[in-house]
Design a protein around this ligand. Sequence first.
Ligand code: PRX
Length: 647
Amino acid sequence: MSDVIAPREEFAAAALTRADDYARLYQESTQDPDAFWGRVAGRLDWNRAPTRIKDVSYDLADFHIRWYADGELNAAVNCVDRHLATRGDKVALIWEPDDPKQQARRITYRELHAEVCRLANALENLGVVKGDRVTLYLPMIPEAAYAMLACARIGAIHSVVFGGFSPDSIAGRIADCGSKLVITADEGLRGGKPIALKKNVDEALKKPGTQSVETVLVVRRTGATVDMQMPRDRWYDAVVEGQPATHQAQPMNAEDPLFILYTSGSTGKPKGVLHTTGGYLVYASYTHEQVFDLKDDDVYWCTADVGWVTGHSYLVYGPLANGATSLMFEGVPNYPDVSRFWEVIDKHQVTLFYTAPTAIRALMREGEAPVKKASRASLRVLGSVGEPINPEAWRWYYDVVGDGRCPVVDTWWQTETGGILITPLPGATDLKPGSATLPFFGIQPALVDANGQELEGAAEGNLVIKDSWPGQMRTVYGDDQRFIDTYFKTYPGRYFTGDGCRRDADGYYWITGRVDDVINVSGHRIGTAEVESALVAHPKVAEAAVVGFPHDIKGQGIYAYVTLNAGEQPDDDLRKELVAWVRKEIGPIASPDHLQWAPGLPKTRSGKIMRRILRKIAENQPDQLGDTSTLADPSVVQALLDERKVK
Ligand code: PRX
C-alpha cells in the first residue's frame, strides 16, 4: 500500500488548477485537441495567429506531425521583447556563480533584451542566416541563455552540447549538423575546478567532418590564457561590443526548427532530436506554468544544465516565455559544502525548485543537518525529473527539504517529448511518493504488451503515447527514417517511449525505467529501478544500481552495485541482509544474484548512472567497457573492476 498525500487546502485554494479543473480540461484536451490547443496557443504573441492547430498522422503511409502550421512567431520575442512593456525591470535571470563568494548577478528583462539583440546583430554580421546551425558549448553562464535566444531571434538552429562532453563527442555533433559557428568559453568552472572548454573545441575542430565551422566565439569566463586561432576565433565581448541593442527579429513559421539536441539511443550514434518553434514554445511555457503553479512573484530554480533538454525547456524557454524569474546555477550541490542548494534557496528566496533524484539521494546521504541549516521557508513547490524517484528519496525531499509543506511534482518526460507529459499538478493532484501520477492535458498514455496489445486498468507494460502533443520532436535531424523507425515502428500508430511503466488501480503511472534496462529473470520482468528502490530503502544504503547479466538457468540474473552510507562497513553479513531485504521488499524473484560493494558508481557529469559500463563489469567483460571518457570520475570503474576480482 502506498500512501496518498492530498493537496493542502490552503495550497489548493490558491492554485492555478484545481482537481475538478483537471478532470474537465483533460477531457476537453483529448476530445477536442483543436479547440484546446488553439486556445492555449493564445498565451504566446504571434506575428500571424495560427488557424490550423493540429495536423498529425502516425500512420506510416502518411506520416506527419505539424502543429500551428500556418502560424508565425519568433521564440526570442516571446521570451524577451513582449515582457518589456509590463516587466522590463523584472529580473529574468539570476545567476549564481560556482563560488558563493563571487557576486551573483540579476539580469532584468530589459538587460536580457539588449544582450540578446547585440549578439543577434553580431551573429548576422558574421554571416549567420536563418536555418544555419550554431553549436553552443558553454558553461552555466548567462551567455548560454543569450546565445540560445540570439539564435532563435535570427532563425539559426542551436545545438547545445553539454560542457562535460569530450572533443570527440563535440566533433560528432558538429559534423552531424554542419555547424557554421561555435560559441564557447575560455574555461568553465564547477566545484572550484576549471574545465578546458576552448581547448576541447580546438581539439574537436581538428577532427574530420568539422570543416563547416567558420567562426568560434569565445566568452571570457575565467580569464585563462587560451589559444586564439585568427581569423577563426573571436572574443565574444569584442564582437558584441558596439552592436546596437535593438534588432528586428526574424519571423519564423511555427514549424521552422528551433533547436537540435543530441541524445543517446540504445544503439548507434546520438540522435539529433529536432524541435520546432510554435508547438514547442506553447508546450514548454504552458507546462511550466501549470506544473509549477507559476505566479508572477515566484523565483524559480531548475538545477539542470542547459546542455540537457530540461535546461532548454525549464531553465530558458518555458520560464522566460512566461516572464518568470529563472535562476541559473553554475556550480554543483556539494561545493563548497553539501548545504549549497539550501543556502542558494535562502539567498535568492527561491519558491519553486526543480532537481533530479540523483542529487536528492546524494544529499540525503549527508543527513538532515546540512538541510536544516537553511530556512527554506520561501519554498512552495518541489520538482523531480530525469529518472524514477524512489519513494524514500521522495519522502525525504517532501519531509525534510519541503518540511511537509510543498507538493513534490515528479515529472516524467524525455528529450523527445519537449516538455513534461506525466506529472502531478500541485493543488489538483493527490500525490503518491514514487509515482509521476497522471497525464498532462492532451497526453494519452497507454500501456502495451510485447505484441502491442493495449492493457486496460491496473497493469504493467511498455509506455506508449497514442496521440501527438505540440511539444513532440519532429524528426531526427537529417534522418526522417530513423525517427520513424525508432519511435513509430515498434507499435504502429503510437509513439513508443522506450520506458516500462505500471498503472495502479487509481490510474496512476509508475515509470519503472527504460525497457532496455528491464531484467528478465526466469520469464519475470523486473525493473532495475524497482530493485534499486528496494535497496536504497535500506537504512544503510546510500545508492544502488542494478543491471542484468546472463544467467545459465534463469536467462538473466540480477547484479546489484551498492554504495553504503558514510561510516557503514561492507561485509558478508550485510550482503546477505541486503539480499534478504530485497526478497522481502519485492519478492524472491527479485533477490540479487550478485551484490557488489561500490565505493562510487560510474556517472556522467550530469549524474546519470552509466549502466552500459555496469553491465559489462557484471558480465565480466572488462575489455568491452567502451568509451568511459564522459564519466564524471573515470577512476570508479577501476575500483569496481578491482572489487570484482577480489570477490
Ligand atoms: O526513462 C525515462 C527517464 O529519463 C528518460 C528520458 O531521458 P532524457 O531524454 O535524458 O530526458 C530527461 C529529462 C526529461 C525517460 O525515458 N525519466 C525522465 N523523467 C522521469 C524518468 N523516469 C521516471 N520518472 C521521471 N520523472
